[in-house]
Design a protein. Structure first.
Length: 464
């Protein structure tokens, strides 16, 4: 454990280097579009807008450096999941949620296409996503999940038994899995760095080390000056609570990861994983993992879920207990990894709206827009959000009418705020304590029923 690097933003940066900083905002200025936040959402938005309308003067303001947030720390699952789809089906009808799902399937392809077109080498491997079950209750949930995904038009998804699952990845005790081709492994930092460089080369102005303190119609205010623009687009995801007036909007939820040393051939022989699928499970406090391009396992899950008062970050530092808990999952999944070194541990924040539904919005009366609340599925969703923001801005400025993307059900969705403290803190910690307890009970129970506490927690929290 002592040789484990803790924090330092993420393993991906330790491997790939923190970029040289771009110049901060030099003073008051104006733009056609001002984007706040230089993660996938902000950068893809700048990319698609500039490609569609090269004459636009676009400025990105980033508090630290592009990719400082979740976009430089995630598990590298580029996949077709989107937070809130089932709720959108209930609110807007099934057909519109099916269209949303189809758009997400296409988004995985679009990210792979755009990265190739722009020569961004992000270690992309299209091995799909494998989600495993290792308890009877998880298997029942897996089957229900599989049927649901098929019903949203994912006819190429496979339900695999224990033997077929082991033929892909030998997860100890796995009794079944569901595999979809709509997923790819990526190197998060290579993608975000490549994207920032591409956007800058297209002529978008990026100012780093420039925190926006307040957003109001046509103004993004920073300590160094104000950017005036008809459109101000907020792309700050898990950091949104730090902006004036946004304290109780999306809750900053922590997710933590570890990366092993590169594993020797004997261990890979015992595990398999030749298809380099991204790997997840059906636990309530779920895990996610990838086999990296240099043959490590990078594995994540929920540590301390939330910090009091919506505090966000200390450059990814992670509690020792969380590192141990993630290591326990690794060794439970792959017993032959018991003696291996954990090279790095880190954490980051994702944005969780009160109803757990991702949204993309442009308020036409003020020119204020935002996208996010992706919960744990933002790598692909940020790209769909960005193309949608492009269409909304172009529609509002009279460049074209509504498009397929502007009519998807997550557009202009409204959600209520989170409860004030201490209720927010108590609520989230109780929720995750309930999930962890439910996972423990399901590990020893023989029943296929989902633990009742977890079902109740889902209902109370608004998660399902
Ligand atoms: C550990 C972890 C693992 C994850 N794994 C996956 C995964 O495998 N697959 C998946 O689909 N999703 C995953 N996610 C979620 C996914 O990474 C995010 O949803 C996605 O990166 C969000 O991109 P974004 O651009 O909206 O936000 P971010 O990447 O967080 O970017 C926001 C940016 O805004 C900047 N900023 C914040 N406040 C201000 C301000 N006031 N002024 C100026 N700039 C500001 C920040 O510095 C940051 O660079 C994971 C998240 C975490 C934390």
């Amino acid at each position: 454990m002592s040789s484990t690097i803790n924090g330092g933003i993420s393993f991906w940066y330790a491997q790939n280097g923190i970029p040289d900083p771009r110049e901060p905002l030099p003073g008051d200025t104006s733009a056609d579009v001002c984007i706040v936040g230089g993660g996938y959402t902000g950068l893809w938005t700048a990319y698609y807008l500039k490609k569609a309308a090269p004459f636009l003067n676009i400025t990105v303001l980033e508090a630290r450096f592009c990719g400082y947030g979740a976009s430089g720390r995630n598990g590298g699952w580029l996949y077709n999941g989107i937070a809130g789809r089932d709720r959108y089906a209930r609110l807007h009808g099934r057909d519109s949620a099916v269209r949303l799902q189809q758009a997400m399937n296409d988004t995985v392809t679009e990210v792979v296409r755009a990265a190739a077109e722009e020569d961004i080498d992000a270690d992309i491997h299209q091995g799909g996503v494998l989600e495993v079950a290792y308890t009877p209750a998880q298997l029942a949930r897996l089957k229900a999940f599989h049927e649901t995904e098929l019903s949203y038009g994912e006819t190429d998804r496979l339900l695999l038994g224990a033997r077929e699952t082991a033929g892909r990845i030998r997860v100890a005790g796995a009794v079944g899995s569901s595999w979809t081709p709509h997923g790819a492994r990526i190197h998060p930092v290579k993608l975000v760095k490549g994207l920032a460089d591409t956007v800058a080369a297209l002529g978008v102005t990026i100012h780093e080390s420039t925190p926006v303190t307040e957003i109001r119609p046509k103004h993004a205010v920073t300590p160094y000056g104000t950017v005036r623009a008809p459109y101000i687009l907020r792309c700050t995801e898990g950091f949104t609570a730090g902006l004036k007036g946004q304290k109780r909007s999306w809750l900053p939820m922590n997710s933590s990861m570890i990366a092993t040393e590169p594993l020797p051939k004997e261990i890979w022989d015992s595990i398999g994983w030749d298809g380099r699928e991204t790997l997840g499970d059906m636990a309530h406090a779920y895990m996610y993992a990838q086999r990296t391009a240099d043959d490590r396992i990078a594995l994540g899950g929920r540590g301390i879920p939330y910090r009091y008062g919506s505090r966000t970050d200390n450059d990814g530092r992670t509690q020792a207990a969380t590192i141990e808990a993630l290591r326990d999952i690794l060794v439970r999944f792959f017993p032959t990894t018991a003696g291996i070194r954990i090279d790095h541990a880190w954490s980051g924040v994702l944005g969780v709206p009160r109803d757990w539904c991702a949204t993309v919005t442009l308020d036409r009366s003020t020119g204020l827009g935002w996208a996010g609340g992706y919960v744990g599925s933002g790598v692909a969703t940020a790209n769909l959000a960005a193309r949608t923001l492009r269409d909304l801005v172009q529609q509002d400025s009279g460049q074209h009418g509504p498009t397929e993307l502007t009519t998807l059900p997550w557009v202009n969705h409204k959600v209520r705020k989170w409860e004030p403290e201490p209720f927010r803190w108590i609520g989230v910690h109780t929720l995750y304590a309930a999930y962890r307890g439910a996972d423990r009970r399901e590990l020893t129970a023989r029943t296929t029923d989902t633990d009742r506490v977890a079902t109740l927690a889902d209902k109370i929290s608004g998660r399902h």
